[in-house]
Design a protein around this ligand. Structure first.
Ligand SMILES: [Fe+2]
Ligand SMILES: [Fe+2]
Length: 147
C-alpha cells in the first residue's frame, strides 16, 4: 500500500470535537510516520507502534462507549473492525521487531505506514462516519465528566 500524507477534511469530520480531536491527533501521528519513511528514518518506529496502542486504548474505547450510549446501529461490525486493526498492528510490530536487517525493517516500515494511511481514511469514511447522524442523541443524555 502506498503511504501518502492525508489532510484533515470536512468529509471525515463528525462535527463532534471530542472524537474529531482524537482523529486529528492520530492523523498527525500517521503523517509524521509517512514523512519519516520518506526520509528512510526508522528511529521513531517503536514510538509509532506505541502511539497506535495509545490510540486503541484511548480512542477506540471512547468511540465504542459513545456508540453504545447513543445506541448506534451496527456497533458489533464497528468493534470487529477495531479488533482487526489491533490484530494487524500486533502482527506488524512482531514482524518489525523480528526483522534482522535494516532492509527488512525498511520494507516493513513501508507496509506499516502504507497500511495506516490507507486504513485511517478508509475506516473514517466507512465506519466512523456512520456514527455522525446519531451523535445528536448525545444532547438528550446527561453530560459525563470523564471525557
Ligand atoms: Fe472507529
Ligand atoms: Fe474513530
Amino acid at each position: 500500500m502506498a503511504a501518502k500524507i492525508e489532510k484533515w477534511r470536512d468529509q471525515i469530520s463528525l462535527d463532534y470535537p471530542p472524537l474529531d480531536d482524537e482523529h486529528k491527533a492520530f492523523l498527525e501521528v500517521i503523517n509524521k510516520a509517512v514523512k519519516d519513511y520518506y526520509h528512510r528514518n526508522l528511529d521513531n518506529m517503536p514510538a509509532l507502534f506505541d502511539a497506535c496502542y495509545d490510540y486503541v486504548r484511548n480512542h477506540f474505547s471512547h468511540e465504542e462507549d459513545v456508540m453504545e450510549r447513543i445506541n448506534c446501529p451496527d456497533i458489533m461490525a464497528h468493534i470487529q473492525a477495531h479488533q482487526q486493526f489491533i490484530k494487524n498492528i500486533s502482527e506488524f510490530r512482531q514482524a518489525y521487531e523480528a526483522a534482522e536487517t535494516r532492509g527488512k525493517k525498511l520494507d516493513l516500515a513501508q507496509e506499516v505506514v502504507g497500511f495506516l494511511s490507507v486504513w485511517f481514511i478508509g475506516h473514517l469514511l466507512s465506519r466512523d462516519k456512520l456514527i455522525k447522524p446519531y451523535l445528536v442523541r448525545l444532547r438528550n443524555l446527561p453530560p459525563r465528566m470523564d471525557y
